[in-house]
Design a protein around this ligand. Structure first.
Ligand code: NI
Length: 176
Protein backbone atom coordinates (compact mmCIF):
# COMPACT_ATOMS: atom_id res chain seq x y z
CA UNK A 1 0.00 0.00 0.00
CA UNK A 2 1.08 3.56 -0.52
CA UNK A 3 -0.20 6.80 0.86
CA UNK A 4 -1.35 9.10 -1.92
CA UNK A 5 -1.32 12.90 -2.09
CA UNK A 6 -4.75 14.46 -1.75
CA UNK A 7 -5.51 17.13 -4.33
CA UNK A 8 -6.60 20.40 -2.77
CA UNK A 9 -8.98 23.07 -3.99
CA UNK A 10 -8.67 24.72 -6.53
CA UNK A 11 -6.93 21.85 -8.33
CA UNK A 12 -8.90 21.57 -11.62
CA UNK A 13 -8.81 17.76 -11.50
CA UNK A 14 -11.38 17.94 -8.68
CA UNK A 15 -13.87 19.24 -11.25
CA UNK A 16 -13.49 16.35 -13.68
CA UNK A 17 -15.99 13.53 -14.11
CA UNK A 18 -14.51 10.09 -13.44
CA UNK A 19 -14.94 7.16 -15.85
CA UNK A 20 -16.57 3.85 -14.92
CA UNK A 21 -14.29 0.95 -14.04
CA UNK A 22 -14.71 -1.65 -16.80
CA UNK A 23 -13.29 -4.60 -14.85
CA UNK A 24 -12.05 -5.04 -11.30
CA UNK A 25 -8.47 -6.26 -11.59
CA UNK A 26 -5.24 -6.08 -9.57
CA UNK A 27 -4.75 -2.47 -10.59
CA UNK A 28 -8.16 -1.44 -9.25
CA UNK A 29 -7.54 -3.37 -6.00
CA UNK A 30 -4.25 -1.54 -5.60
CA UNK A 31 -5.97 1.84 -6.10
CA UNK A 32 -8.58 0.90 -3.47
CA UNK A 33 -5.90 -0.22 -0.97
CA UNK A 34 -3.89 2.96 -1.46
CA UNK A 35 -7.02 5.10 -1.12
CA UNK A 36 -7.96 3.38 2.15
CA UNK A 37 -4.48 3.88 3.54
CA UNK A 38 -4.65 7.55 2.57
CA UNK A 39 -8.13 8.02 4.05
CA UNK A 40 -7.15 6.44 7.38
CA UNK A 41 -3.89 8.43 7.53
CA UNK A 42 -5.84 11.66 7.01
CA UNK A 43 -8.61 10.59 9.42
CA UNK A 44 -11.32 11.07 6.82
CA UNK A 45 -14.58 9.10 6.69
CA UNK A 46 -14.55 8.88 2.91
CA UNK A 47 -12.31 9.43 -0.09
CA UNK A 48 -13.03 9.50 -3.82
CA UNK A 49 -10.51 8.50 -6.50
CA UNK A 50 -10.88 11.97 -8.03
CA UNK A 51 -9.31 13.44 -4.88
CA UNK A 52 -6.08 11.50 -5.45
CA UNK A 53 -5.85 12.09 -9.19
CA UNK A 54 -7.31 8.76 -10.33
CA UNK A 55 -9.98 9.33 -13.03
CA UNK A 56 -12.08 6.27 -12.10
CA UNK A 57 -15.36 5.76 -10.24
CA UNK A 58 -13.93 4.31 -7.01
CA UNK A 59 -14.86 5.37 -3.45
CA UNK A 60 -13.63 4.22 -0.09
CA UNK A 61 -15.24 4.98 3.22
CA UNK A 62 -15.48 4.07 6.89
CA UNK A 63 -18.26 5.66 8.89
CA UNK A 64 -18.20 3.06 11.68
CA UNK A 65 -17.83 4.27 15.28
CA UNK A 66 -14.80 2.03 15.83
CA UNK A 67 -13.31 3.26 12.53
CA UNK A 68 -12.47 -0.33 11.55
CA UNK A 69 -15.02 -1.19 8.85
CA UNK A 70 -13.67 -0.15 5.46
CA UNK A 71 -16.00 -0.11 2.47
CA UNK A 72 -14.94 -0.02 -1.16
CA UNK A 73 -17.43 0.93 -3.86
CA UNK A 74 -16.81 0.65 -7.59
CA UNK A 75 -19.12 2.45 -10.06
CA UNK A 76 -21.63 3.27 -7.30
CA UNK A 77 -24.94 4.95 -8.12
CA UNK A 78 -27.81 6.23 -6.03
CA UNK A 79 -31.00 4.56 -7.20
CA UNK A 80 -33.38 6.05 -4.63
CA UNK A 81 -33.40 9.13 -2.40
CA UNK A 82 -35.76 9.82 0.48
CA UNK A 83 -36.20 12.95 2.58
CA UNK A 84 -33.76 15.82 3.03
CA UNK A 85 -31.75 17.15 5.91
CA UNK A 86 -29.19 19.85 6.53
CA UNK A 87 -25.84 18.48 7.62
CA UNK A 88 -22.46 19.84 8.50
CA UNK A 89 -19.60 18.61 6.29
CA UNK A 90 -15.86 18.86 5.90
CA UNK A 91 -13.71 17.65 2.98
CA UNK A 92 -10.07 16.55 2.83
CA UNK A 93 -9.66 18.64 -0.33
CA UNK A 94 -10.87 21.77 1.50
CA UNK A 95 -8.79 21.89 4.70
CA UNK A 96 -10.05 24.06 7.52
CA UNK A 97 -13.66 24.61 6.49
CA UNK A 98 -16.95 23.10 7.60
CA UNK A 99 -20.14 24.01 5.78
CA UNK A 100 -23.83 23.20 5.95
CA UNK A 101 -25.31 21.39 2.97
CA UNK A 102 -28.60 19.73 2.10
CA UNK A 103 -28.48 15.97 1.60
CA UNK A 104 -31.03 13.24 1.11
CA UNK A 105 -31.86 11.53 4.40
CA UNK A 106 -31.92 7.94 3.17
CA UNK A 107 -30.54 6.52 -0.05
CA UNK A 108 -30.43 3.20 -1.85
CA UNK A 109 -27.15 2.48 -3.60
CA UNK A 110 -26.18 0.01 -6.30
CA UNK A 111 -22.49 -0.74 -6.58
CA UNK A 112 -19.90 -3.17 -7.80
CA UNK A 113 -17.70 -4.79 -5.15
CA UNK A 114 -14.03 -5.73 -5.35
CA UNK A 115 -15.26 -9.30 -5.89
CA UNK A 116 -16.97 -8.17 -9.11
CA UNK A 117 -20.45 -8.56 -7.63
CA UNK A 118 -23.25 -6.05 -8.03
CA UNK A 119 -24.94 -5.36 -4.69
CA UNK A 120 -27.60 -2.95 -3.45
CA UNK A 121 -27.95 -1.53 0.04
CA UNK A 122 -29.66 1.26 1.94
CA UNK A 123 -27.83 3.92 3.88
CA UNK A 124 -28.87 6.61 6.32
CA UNK A 125 -27.23 8.99 8.75
CA UNK A 126 -23.51 9.61 8.35
CA UNK A 127 -23.11 6.76 5.86
CA UNK A 128 -25.76 8.24 3.56
CA UNK A 129 -24.24 11.72 3.88
CA UNK A 130 -20.72 10.46 3.20
CA UNK A 131 -21.82 8.44 0.16
CA UNK A 132 -23.55 11.47 -1.37
CA UNK A 133 -20.48 13.64 -0.74
CA UNK A 134 -18.09 11.10 -2.30
CA UNK A 135 -20.41 10.33 -5.22
CA UNK A 136 -20.43 14.05 -5.98
CA UNK A 137 -16.62 13.95 -6.12
CA UNK A 138 -16.54 11.31 -8.86
CA UNK A 139 -18.99 13.46 -10.82
CA UNK A 140 -16.65 16.44 -10.48
CA UNK A 141 -18.86 18.19 -7.93
CA UNK A 142 -17.33 19.60 -4.74
CA UNK A 143 -19.37 20.30 -1.61
CA UNK A 144 -19.11 24.08 -1.88
CA UNK A 145 -20.99 23.76 -5.20
CA UNK A 146 -24.09 23.19 -3.07
CA UNK A 147 -23.84 26.68 -1.55
CA UNK A 148 -25.24 29.97 -2.83
CA UNK A 149 -22.75 32.00 -4.87
CA UNK A 150 -21.91 34.34 -1.99
CA UNK A 151 -21.39 31.58 0.57
CA UNK A 152 -19.44 29.53 -1.95
CA UNK A 153 -17.02 32.36 -2.71
CA UNK A 154 -16.53 32.94 1.02
CA UNK A 155 -15.88 29.23 1.72
CA UNK A 156 -13.51 28.85 -1.24
CA UNK A 157 -11.57 31.97 -0.20
CA UNK A 158 -11.24 30.72 3.36
CA UNK A 159 -9.94 27.38 2.05
CA UNK A 160 -7.22 29.11 0.04
CA UNK A 161 -6.27 31.15 3.12
CA UNK A 162 -5.93 28.00 5.24
CA UNK A 163 -3.92 26.23 2.49
CA UNK A 164 -1.53 29.21 2.31
CA UNK A 165 -1.33 29.65 6.09
CA UNK A 166 -0.31 26.03 6.57
CA UNK A 167 1.89 25.89 3.46
CA UNK A 168 -0.19 23.04 2.03
CA UNK A 169 -0.15 24.32 -1.55
CA UNK A 170 3.29 22.88 -2.38
CA UNK A 171 2.16 19.30 -1.88
CA UNK A 172 -0.90 20.01 -4.02
CA UNK A 173 1.32 21.32 -6.83
CA UNK A 174 3.53 18.24 -6.72
CA UNK A 175 0.54 15.96 -7.25
CA UNK A 176 -1.16 17.90 -10.00
NI1 NI B 1 -14.68 15.62 -0.04
Amino acid sequence: MAKLTILLYPNPFLLTKAKPVSRVDANIRKHADDMLETMYAEKGVGLAATQVGIPLRILVMDTSEEYNTPKILINPEIIRREGTRTVSEACLSFPGITIEVQRAEKIRVRTLTLENEIIEFEAEGLESQCLQHELDHIDGIVFTDHLSKLKRERANKKTIKVIRAYGLDDSAKEAS
